[in-house]
Design a protein around this ligand. Structure first.
Ligand SMILES: Nc1nc2c(ncn2[C@@H]2O[C@H](COP(=O)(O)OP(=O)(O)OP(=O)(O)O)[C@@H](O)[C@H]2O)c(=O)[nH]1
Ligand SMILES: [Mg+2]
Length: 718
């Protein structure tokens, strides 16, 4: 394969709703670009991009795939991302390295849920977009209506470069108002005849051309002046203006295709080459350490890993974007994230699972290598002395959690290994072994995402696993001061044990400090706090431990043992066994025995005194509360709000954002189980949400009662 220069490379991500035709378009581009000579079909399970068996079984893309095609002296790198909402990790990573997105619009539908979701991700990353109206051969395809929907969602930046002469099964001709020509295709696509626009279309085409010229000229003053003086522009001039407009996201051109019948493909690829941004024209990826570099072949080599995969017979495959300089075969680089030395013994470009060996990869290009020692996505390889390290990618935060358990205990260890392996390919699975909940929890994007995982367990690793709703990490605390004494005494045979502890406990409020007087049950206690230790608890919150012993009633050397006993109870709260938090403990009196007192005695006395005091202090269970942001189409607002009420949600605010209503709320984690599925069914798939932990709050009395009962039942069972 020819070596391409940075300015000849175009990195494009295919975006859009599931089923809008991304994989089919990629296949058509590969055919047009000469990478394949026979076109596969998603339904025939033989496309280059959907090569993973799960994709063939499901009939949709699950992982993003990296493909290339050469066209008109340009190398197009095509990232085919999945359209299913739960799989947006593949969209996110593709957008991290693409310089433009091709947003596929299913012309029968217009703007769909997946269009909105992909648009939001592209928006957040400031990715330029070109809209491709696909499926124009469909009976219900309605170009004008789909265009209107795009304009009402994304504004007048959506600008027609092409429109279909006719839609439906007869679709075969595209009017191109940039070229002012008609592209007429045969039944199976292929090379079009390039004809004059039919007279009947002249007015419409001229008007659309005017709109396009104005949008293009707006980006360049000289161009604007010329356009007003001359009333026209050359194609080269329009392209110059469009390139600026596209790059700045002031212009979203609209092109047409029927991916299935290979119509419009070559012209689309030509357009990407002429109007799409080259990698070095886009802002450089942020660095977090080391020397700044520019995206040029003449710089020191550095590359950013955006994807890792595992393939049978090959092992780990590392996909990267060359950020500066060039990689040549056998180049030695250093993984700046972990210091490991890596040799790129072979370099490839890929079309799905097919790899083509290449001698070098220049700045801006995408490539891959195999057999690296210790490198995965988000890592930077560069020269040690330059130390350049790129910022990690941003992935969607988890929206769903599931506890995973092997059906047979002997598989427990394997389950962990498999999860790590899968996470290596899909960073949006977050794996956590919770010691507290005694569960292996997979944080993920939703039920579909977990079905994908199950597919791998069943079909690839052949391990039976169960999914369960994870336990909730409750906390316990107290709401009023209380007092307790406890004497631990054992004097039957052998060495005796003796320790007695008197303590007061009270709730620790934010910024609270120890007091020196209490009235409890009508009795007055005066304390002199001699020493206060603040313990930040690993599970959140604090414990203040105050030594108020006067007159040596307990030796200083026993104080740590008492604390140890208290901590044991803090780790397994007296109510439900959950962690306790935010308590002040005053140890103010006690007794020792000259012979029998030792650490174990005081630990036990401390633990039991604390437990008794805790129960008298009106203890409460706390639950994790999450901040929730939801975007819904306005007509579904009522349903979503009443559903939220059933989830004990507190509405914090409402507003509108880019054609959607946005609700901010605080919701207990307990009520969020399968929220994505509910929201999706309430909004016809158009709702979107994000959640993040906010704070612990007391549960209502009825919830507390239910939890206490459930804990008791669980204890009885054990
Ligand atoms: N009639 C018609 N069918 C099309 C066209 N493009 C794609 N299809 C069909 O639509 C179905 C879905 O196409 P895909 O290419 O898998 O869609 P996708 O966008 O990759 O879907 P995901 O991977 O799930 O996001 C397949 O059966 C295609 O054959 C088209 O232009 N016209
Ligand atoms: Mg696909």
């Amino acid at each position: 394969m020819k070596v391409y220069k940075t300015e000849q490379i175009r990195n494009v991500a295919l975006l859009g709703n599931a089923g809008s035709g991304k994989t089919t378009l990629a296949e058509a581009m590969l055919l047009e670009g000469g990478v394949i000579n026979r076109k596969g079909e998603v339904t025939a399970k033989n496309t280059v991009s959907d090569f993973n068996p799960i994709e063939q079984e499901y009939g949709n893309s699950v992982f993003s795939s990296v493909l290339y095609a050469e066209y008109n002296d340009r190398k197009l790198n095509i990232l085919d991302a999945p359209g299913m909402d739960d799989l947006s990790g593949g969209v996110a990573s593709s957008l991290e390295v693409a310089d433009m997105g091709l947003m596929l619009i299913n012309t029968s539908a217009g703007v769909e849920a997946g269009t909105e979701a992909a648009f939001r991700l592209a928006d957040a990353k400031h990715t330029p977009l070109t809209f491709v109206f696909n499926g124009l051969d469909h009976e219900n395809a309605n170009f004008e209506s789909a265009l209107e929907k795009c304009r009402s969602s994304y504004g007048n930046k959506v600008t027609v470069v092409q429109y279909p002469l006719e839609t439906g099964p007869a679709f075969s001709s595209i009017i191109d108002v940039l070229k002012m020509k008609m592209y007429k295709y045969g039944k199976d696509g292929g090379q079009p005849q390039i004809l004059d626009i039919p007279a009947s279309e002249n007015d419409k085409a001229a008007e659309l051309q005017n709109q396009l010229f104005e949008m293009a000229a707006e980006n360049d003053e000289a161009l604007m002046e010329r356009y007003f003086e001359e009333g026209s522009l050359t194609e080269e001039e329009v392209l110059k203006g469009m390139r600026i407009g596209i790059r700045q996201r002031d212009l979203f051109p609209v092109l047409c295709s029927c991916a299935k019948r290979s119509i419009g493909i070559g012209r689309l690829m030509q357009f990407i080459g002429e109007a799409g941004p080259a990698p070095h024209e886009m802002p450089m990826r942020k660095i977090v350490a080391g020397k700044e570099v520019t995206m040029s072949e003449n710089e020191n080599p550095s590359l950013f890993v955006f994807k890792t995969a595992i393939e049978s017979h090959v092992g780990e495959i590392t996909f990267f974007k060359m950020m500066s300089g060039k990689a040549t075969e056998s180049i030695d680089l250093v993984n700046i994230n972990n210091g490991s030395k890596e040799r790129l013994s072979q370099l490839f470009v890929t079309a799905g699972k097919n790899r083509v060996k290449v001698p070098e990869i220049v700045a801006g290009d995408l490539g891959c290598t195999v057999k690296l020692k210790d490198t995965k996505y988000n890592h930077t390889l560069s020269l040690k002395e330059a130390g350049t390290q790129y910022a990690p990618m941003e992935f969607p935060t988890p929206r769903h959690r599931v506890a995973v358990k092997a059906v047979s205990e002997t598989d427990d260890e394997k389950v962990g290994e498999v999860l790590n392996r899968i996470k290596f390919e899909d960073p949006t699975y977050i794996i956590e072994y919770s010691k507290e909940l005694r569960q292996l929890i997979v944080h993920n994007q939703g039920e579909y995402h977990m079905n994908v995982l199950k597919w791998f367990f069943d079909n690839v690793y052949k391990i039976d696993v169960d999914y369960k709703e994870p336990r909730i990490p409750y906390r316990e605390t107290i709401t009023k001061p209380s007092q307790a004494d406890y004497r631990h005494k054992k004097q039957s045979g052998g060495a005796g044990q003796f320790g007695e502890v008197h303590m007061i406990i009270e709730p620790l409020e934010e910024g609270g400090t120890p007091k020196n007087a209490f009235i409890l049950d009508g009795k007055e206690f005066k304390l002199s706090v001699r020493d206060t230790q603040e313990h930040l608890l690993t599970w959140g919150g604090k414990l203040l431990y105050c030594n108020c012993i006067v007159g040596g009633s307990i030796d200083g050397r026993f104080m740590p043992a008492i604390l140890k006993g208290i901590m044991e109870k803090m780790e397994q709260g007296p109510l439900t066994g959950s962690y306790a938090r935010d308590i002040i403990v005053y140890v103010y009196d006690g007794k020792m025995h000259p012979v029998d007192s030792n650490e174990i005695s005081f630990k036990l006395a401390g633990r039991n005194a604390f437990s008794q005091a805790f129960k008298k202090a009106n203890p409460k269970i706390l639950e994790p509360i999450y901040d929730l942001e939801i975007w819904v189409p306005s007509e579904r607002m009522g349903d979503v709000m009443s559903d939220l009420q059933g989830r004990r949600a507190l509405i914090m605010g409402m507003g509108s954002e880019k054609g959607f209503e946005k609700i901010s709320a605080r919701v207990p984690l307990k009520e969020m189980n399968k929220y994505n599925t509910s929201l999706s069914s309430l909004t016809g798939g158009k709702g979107m949400f994000k959640m993040s932990f906010n704070a612990y709050e007391k549960v209502p009395a009825d919830v507390q009662d239910a939890l206490l009962k459930a804990y008791e039942a669980e204890q009885d069972e054990e």
